[in-house]
Design a binder for this molecule. Structure first.
Ligand code: SAH
Length: 374
């Protein structure tokens, strides 16, 4: 335990090789989880922040190979909620007493900057709830506009910190662009969340270890990580690693980022029955009930059968009972970041140190072009 706490204190000195060694050793599975649980308990007690997630559009111009709603995906019935419908749902969040509304969607040019700003202004005028955006990439200038309108946080996963693997899965983009967008989110003044997919086709344990270190060096306010669930064009078998590795990843992220908000993500339930429950009992302090109206929820399939995992005990009307059953309770307030000082110069440094592995293209340069042109 002392050894892990040492790593936690010095996340800047933990290398991907250190993390790889820990991941590879099955004898460390249980101690790592115990350590993460103890840390979570110390900082957050048994309180879980509820953030209602609203999947407002499954229309997307991007072609991320692993994603069920990518542009051109066959057999997807597309939808876009109206601005007023979204605002209605925000009112529901307030009635439910949740601290945060998370807006998630594809990169839909018809629900772009203008519409997001409309929603954010209206919600902020009417309610005290915090707003998180998980809607892909904007330019720094656009981020500043949304921030000024009142949005609090942005979640943008870098997905993988291997530049070749990133390019393989994102035919219309590069890792350098993605990282550069992450930095502009932070510069625009948002509480910034990031993370990755565990076990993308082509990933190995070293890639996973590097993702864990990369995330921690970025010092995110919140971290979103989940297993890759086979979808669409990419054929693969699950699991890519032994199943415990997936849970150990989340424990290690807690140890390296004690104060970060860490949600038990939906994909963990698709990966293993009871996956999210286990994470809430151990490392995670955030849950995101799905508040998308049913008629749309069934169409937002990032991966097959995604909507089913929310149907039963995780329904947004049953959260208090479910938490109680787990010996947990909901936290009050918006659940803002616990970090006093945000970010550091370590991220580009880490990529530079690893340029031979990840390729020179992984080093961010300049501003990405706007993708939100109507
Ligand atoms: N367009 C937004 C939101 C994407 S959906 C953006 O780019 O940020 C949110 C997350 O779902 C993605 O970041 C990705 O990590 C995850 N996701 C997509 N396809 C998935 C799959 N097949 N299995 C598991 N997670 C997936």
């Amino acid at each position: 335990m002392a050894r892990f706490l040492q790593i936690a204190e010095g996340s800047r000195v933990a290398t991907a090789r250190d993390i790889l060694r820990i991941l590879e050793e099955p004898a460390l599975d249980a101690p790592v989880e115990e350590c993460a649980t103890a840390l979570k308990q110390e900082l957050f007690g048994n309180e879980i922040h509820l953030r209602g997630i609203l999947e407002f559009s499954n229309i997307c111009t991007r072609r991320c190979a692993y994603c069920g709603i990518r542009a051109g995906a066959k057999g997807v019935q597309r939808y876009r909620m109206a601005v007023q419908e979204v605002i209605e749902r925000a009112r529901l969040i307030q009635e439910l007493g949740y601290g945060t509304l998370v807006l998630q969607g594809g990169e839909d040019p018809q629900f772009g900057l203008e519409e997001i700003v409309q929603v954010v202004r209206a919600v902020k005028q009417e309610t005290p709830i915090a707003i998180t955006l998980s809607i892909g990439e904007f330019t720094e200038e656009e981020y500043r506009i949304v921030r000024q309108a009142g949005a609090d946080r942005v979640l943008l996963r870098f997905e993988t910190c291997s530049a070749p693997l990133y390019s393989r899965h994102h035919p219309d983009s590069s890792l350098a662009e993605r990282i550069s967008v992450l930095h502009s989110i932070r510069r625009a003044g948002f509480q910034t969340g990031t993370g990755f997919l565990i076990g993308l086709p082509g990933a190995d344990l070293m890639e996973l270890a590097s993702n864990i270190v990369f995330t921690s060096r970025f010092q995110p306010d919140m971290i979103g990580v989940g297993p890759y669930i086979p979808a669409g064009e990419v054929e693969t078998t699950l699991p890519r690693f032994r199943p415990e590795i997936y849970f150990k990843t989340i424990s290690l992220l807690r140890i390296l980022n004690p104060k970060a908000h860490l949600p038990a993500t939906t994909a963990f339930d698709s990966f293993a029955p009871g996956g999210r429950e286990r994470l809430l009992r151990t490392s995670c302090n955030v849950f995101m009930p799905n508040i998308t109206p049913k008629k749309y929820r069934d169409l937002y399939h990032l991966y097959p059968q995604k909507s089913c995992v929310d149907a039963q005990c995780w329904h947004f009307t049953k959260m208090d009972d479910t938490l109680q059953r787990l010996g947990l309770k909901r936290a009050t307030g918006p659940g803002h970041s616990l970090l006093e000082k945000r970010g550091g110069p370590e991220t580009p440094l880490f990529l530079q140190e690893n340029a031979t592995r990840f390729g020179p293209n992984s080093i961010p340069q300049g501003e990405p072009p706007s993708r939100r042109v109507k």
